[in-house]
Design a protein around this ligand. Structure first.
Ligand code: GN1
Ligand code: MG
Length: 373
């Protein structure tokens, strides 16, 4: 903890002290801490950036600054009704004015403003929570919808490109000596969906889907909700803000919100995709994002919902085969277990295809109706 306190001291002024530092959140990439300064100044988030994953932290911070400044402007320029009570993530400069502090061991640290009066949403306990998650993602997409994606750095090459993940898997699987029933299940599951998986990439190549600025990781606990009202007030974790397809975000958000059992579960039978939650997320989303979704997006929405848990399962399984290089684990088989959860979710989505397509069409019809009024 000493190293953490020393790093934290670089983000407060010389006459301040640190009263406490504690691990914060459930991220599986960076190390995240909540820092309480001694003299009552605002608490802040301190992160040791995982530079194995994000090899160019300066690019990450460039994107963060650019996107936050843009959102702030857009909000002022007319989005205030939609984004009322919305709080922007803010980077806190170190004493030397830079937004990254590099310690004696070469670790990269940054500090971010704490979102006031709010907590990360840990679970969906009612449909209102699901609607708020959708609304938060909709607000985010709306706020960045006029930002040129070409201005952002690519912080993770190949992120959300399933062809890239399939290639990595193919390279690893031939060298793997791991067997076992769960492994054979994963391999067959991937094999059976390989030819369908590049569906969004194909849509993009055929110009049916447009590349825009996306969040990249809009899972449930990246949504901050007000502690007393339950209203979504911010979306955090902007490291993967990049150019991409809004469908990556919507699919990823739904795979996280509509999984009835969460990402880390031992009992696979408890994992299923909840259609009611899905309807609530989508209605919250379209209410805030308004014209962001095109007809082409709606045409591919079912595939996106099916794809994102498939992609994450593929990433977890590949990382398990590689010996857990990317996602942090506390047990050797944890990434295999995580993969099985995601594949179970895909299976649940496939079994409910008809119902899910109906939910999507209902949402499209509601939006068309409100736009033509
Ligand atoms: C990772 O570290 P965290 O929890 O914010 C991952 C996401 C996954 C998520 C699954 C940069 O996010 O893509 O959906 O785990 N982030 C990165 O829990 O790979
Ligand atoms: Mg993240």
């Amino acid at each position: 903890m000493n190293t953490v306190v020393q790093a934290a001291e670089n983000f407060i002024s010389h006459d301040e002290t640190i009263a406490g530092v504690e691990p914060y959140g459930r991220g599986i990439i960076h190390d995240t801490y909540l820092v309480k300064p001694g003299n009552g100044t605002d608490r802040f988030i301190l992160q040791r950036i995982n530079i194995q994953v994000f090899t160019d932290p300066a690019a990450v911070m460039h994107n963060l600054r650019l996107v936050c400044a843009h959102m702030q402007e857009r909000r002022k320029a007319g989005g205030s009704a939609i984004a009322a009570n919305w709080q922007m993530l803010q980077s806190i400069p170190a004493r030397d004015g830079r937004d990254i502090f590099v310690d004696a061991d070469g670790a990269f640290w940054r500090a971010l403003g704490f979102i006031r009066g709010a907590n990360p949403l840990e679970e969906i306990s009612c449909l209102g929570d699901a609607r708020e998650v959708g609304r938060a993602l909709g607000i985010f997409h709306w706020l960045v919808s006029d930002l040129n994606p070409g201005l952002l750095h690519v912080t993770l090459p190949g992120f959300h490109n399933v062809e890239h993940y399939l290639k990595q898997y193919d390279e690893v699987i031939v060298r793997s000596n791991k067997s076992g029933e769960a492994g054979r299940f994963c391999q067959q599951f991937i094999e059976d969906r390989k030819s369908w998986a590049p569906v969004l990439e194909n849509g993009r190549r055929e110009n049916l889907l447009r590349v825009r600025v996306i969040h990249g990781d809009p899972k449930i606990n990246n949504i901050m909700v007000n502690r007393s009202t339950g209203q979504a007030v911010s979306i955090i974790d902007l490291d993967t803000v990049m150019s991409g397809l809004v469908l990556y975000d919507i699919g990823d958000c739904l795979r996280s919100c509509c999984n009835t059992a969460g990402e880390e579960v031992a009992e696979l039978f408890a994992v299923s995709f909840d259609l009611e939650r899905c309807g609530a997320v989508l209605s919250g989303y379209t209410g805030a994002a308004m014209e962001v979704l095109t007809d082409g997006d709606f045409d591919f929405l079912f595939d996106a919902v099916r794809l994102m848990p498939f992609e994450l399962g593929l990433r977890f399984y590949t990382d398990f085969l590689k010996g857990n290089e990317y996602f942090k684990v506390s047990r050797r088989d944890q990434n295999l277990e995580r993969a099985l959860v995601q594949f179970k979710l895909v299976d649940s989505i496939e079994r409910q295809e008809e119902g899910l397509r109906a939910v999507i069409e209902e949402c499209r019809a509601a939006l068309t109706g409100s736009n033509s009024r």
